[in-house]
Design a protein around this ligand. Structure first.
Ligand SMILES: Nc1ncnc2c1ncn2[C@@H]1O[C@H](COP(=O)(O)OP(=O)(O)OP(=O)(O)O)[C@@H](O)[C@H]1O
Ligand SMILES: [Mg+2]
Length: 319
């Protein structure tokens, strides 16, 4: 994480195009915003465009603008986002999905530093630093003909990789403590701390949603924990599932009897039902039959512990 911060600081001093790659929730948006705010363009606009969220035909007019009469419904001239971002930075978020036509137009902006609004005969100079981000493998997209190689090299003047929490698990306590003090201040409560066991869970569990998921987990724990220490039982079911059996017993034996029973029962139910549904490939009726319980009772337990039959159907199909 420190290396990432140093790279961002170095890159911010330059004006080069940057390609940020990383899984979901690893901080690609945050990295782009930070580069902008540390750069000489900081007091100019930062415009972020979430490419897949805008339909293809609209994305083009959004980015480059249009002249009155360029298409049905174009009742007046409209400035594009590249003009809005003039002097500043534009983040093209999730660039991997844009159409070949738009790829060609972007290449032109990057090469010529000019745009041509739809229906306009003239080009307009723009001074915009472009940062692109993606959670896809663009090299694979180039190989399969879905992404232009020339655009890739124009974007990838400098590349920054935002690591997944798997890659930087030793940084998890640092990041977790950052969010802990942030949320305690935000909610105006006394500063809490993590117990050793709580930190162990945070470091050892899988975070498919990366920093975003860790952040949500800590916000939740700050809200639900009593006292000034965050203990394992303050975490969500997802986190408790991550504890290995020896750890479970040593944590549980330190709890009050009622709390210990609730905790162990929860873990037992989650593991038992997960195994059962895996074995039945997500078929709830079959799972209930195997366990010799009513289908409704199983459904009730699944609802209580947030277990979805669909998750097991999907993994069964993939295999
Ligand atoms: N290093 C970090 N320090 C503090 N907060 C972080 C860090 N990295 C990410 N975050 C926080 O995690 C959340 C997700 O970050 P962000 O939206 O930048 O991820 P992303 O990679 O763009 O995700 P997606 O691919 O889903 O768009 C945000 O709330 C962000 O502030
Ligand atoms: Mg993002």
């Amino acid at each position: 994480m420190k290396r990432l911060a140093e790279t961002i600081q170095l890159v911010a001093k330059t004006d080069v195009t940057v390609l940020i790659t990383g899984e979901t929730g690893t901080g690609k948006d945050l990295a782009a915003k930070t580069i902008h705010s540390l750069s000489s363009r900081a007091d100019k606009p930062f415009v972020a465009v979430n490419c897949p969220a805008i339909p293809e035909n609209i994305l083009e007019s959004e980015l480059f603008g249009y002249k009155k009469g360029a298409f049905t419904g174009a009742t007046h001239d409209r400035e594009g986002l590249f003009q809005t971002a003039h002097g500043g930075t534009m983040l093209l978020d999730e660039i991997g999905d844009i159409s070949p036509v738009l790829q060609a137009k972007l290449l032109r902006v990057l090469q010529e530093k000019e745009i041509k609004p739809l229906g306009d005969t003239r080009t307009h100079k723009v001074d915009v630093r472009v940062i692109a981000s993606t959670n896809q493998n663009l090299k694979e997209k180039i190989a399969s003909g879905q992404f232009r190689e020339d655009l890739y090299y124009r974007l990838n003047v400098v590349s920054i990789h935002t690591p997944s929490l798997r890659e930087i698990s030793t940084d998890i306590p640092l990041i977790a403590n950052h969010f802990l003090s942030f949320y305690c201040s935000e909610f105006g409560i006394v500063q809490k701390r993590f117990s050793e066991d709580a930190l162990k869970i945070l470091v050892s569990r899988r975070w498919h949603g990366n920093v975003r998921e860790l952040q949500n987990e800590i916000r939740r724990a700050v809200i639900f924990s009593r006292g000034d220490t965050i203990n394992p039982e303050d975490f969500s079911c997802e986190s408790l599932k991550a504890i290995c059996p020896e750890d479970t017993m040593s944590i549980i034996c330190n709890l009050e009897y009622k709390e210990a029973r609730r905790s162990i029962l929860e873990k037992f139910n989650v593991q038992y039902i997960t195994h059962l549904l895996k074995d039945s490939e997500g078929n709830v009726s079959l799972a209930a039959k195997k366990a010799c319980i009513e289908r409704q009772s199983l459904q009730h337990l699944m609802k209580k512990y947030g277990i979805h039959a669909g998750d097991f159907k999907e993994s069964a199909n993939k295999i």
